[in-house]
Design a protein around this ligand. Structure first.
Ligand code: CA
Length: 236
């Protein structure tokens, strides 16, 4: 309980029984809940209820879960909204697509509500960890970034980065495991008044990978959306 008390979880599920079951368990754990039974309603509820996390069923009427996910990821206000997708076992390829489109985690049906709640709590905990802000230091495998000294090191060697490469790396390191769209990165690093194309981001990511080879496999391209830095170096 405690910290979870004020958080609203939006549950999007068109099967009433499952919806009510998840709602019951989450409320028992002290969460506030909002519900939607189709994709269009889900997008509306995100705006109205400002949820801390969404439990999003894959198969939905109106707009399906993938489309909802894609739309949420492509606007700055919801680009980092945590999403746990519910999938059926038979839809495993969709699960992969779901993660590629930016879901943070998925739970396959049938699932135990208890396990789902545990996953929700784990994801919220994981995303709340921002220990870096104070020290200005990021560590990722052999890569160290010191934002106060404006320094990036690979092992002991300093790697010179341009200001944009530095900004890009800082943004990726700040949100490991999250899908960052090209627009989000462009706005964060180049600013809203920048008139370049989103391909600029691709070029700079490529250069960043060349300068820091351990990041080559760690920064993954996410279909048409953007990039994700794996949560840890070893994550598969
Ligand atoms: Ca469904």
């Amino acid at each position: 309980m405690g910290a979870s008390l004020q958080k609203t979880i939006l549950i999007v599920e068109d099967e009433q029984d499952i919806l009510q079951l998840i709602k019951l368990y989450l409320e028992k754990e002290g969460f506030r809940t909002a519900t939607a039974m189709n994709g269009v309603e889900a997008l509306k509820k995100v705006k109205e209820d400002k949820p801390a996390l969404i439990v999003l069923d894959l198969m939905l009427p109106e707009l399906d879960g993938l489309e909802v996910c894609k739309r949420l990821r492509s606007v700055p206000e919801t680009a980092l909204l945590p999403i746990i997708m519910l999938t059926a076992k038979a839809e495993e390829s969709d699960t992969v697509i779901g993660l590629e489109l930016g879901a943070d985690d998925y739970v396959a049906k049938p699932f135990s509500p208890k396990a789902l709640v545990a996953r929700i709590k784990a994801l919220l905990r994981r995303l709340e960890r921002t220990p870096v802000e104070k020290t200005g230091l990021y560590h990722y495998g052999p890569v160290t970034m010191d934002t106060t000294r404006h320094e990036v090191r690979l092992g002991n060697d300093e790697v010179p980065l341009t200001a944009k490469e530095f900004g890009l790396l800082e943004h990726l390191l700040r949100y490991p495991g999250r899908v960052l769209t090209r627009d989000i990165l462009l706005n964060a690093v180049w600013g809203y008044d920048y008139y370049g194309t989103t391909r600029t981001v691709d070029v700079h990511v490529r250069r960043l990978k060349q300068k820091l080879p351990p990041l080559d496999a760690a920064i993954v391209s996410v279909k048409s959306l953007g990039y994700k830095l794996k949560h840890t170096v070893d994550e598969t």
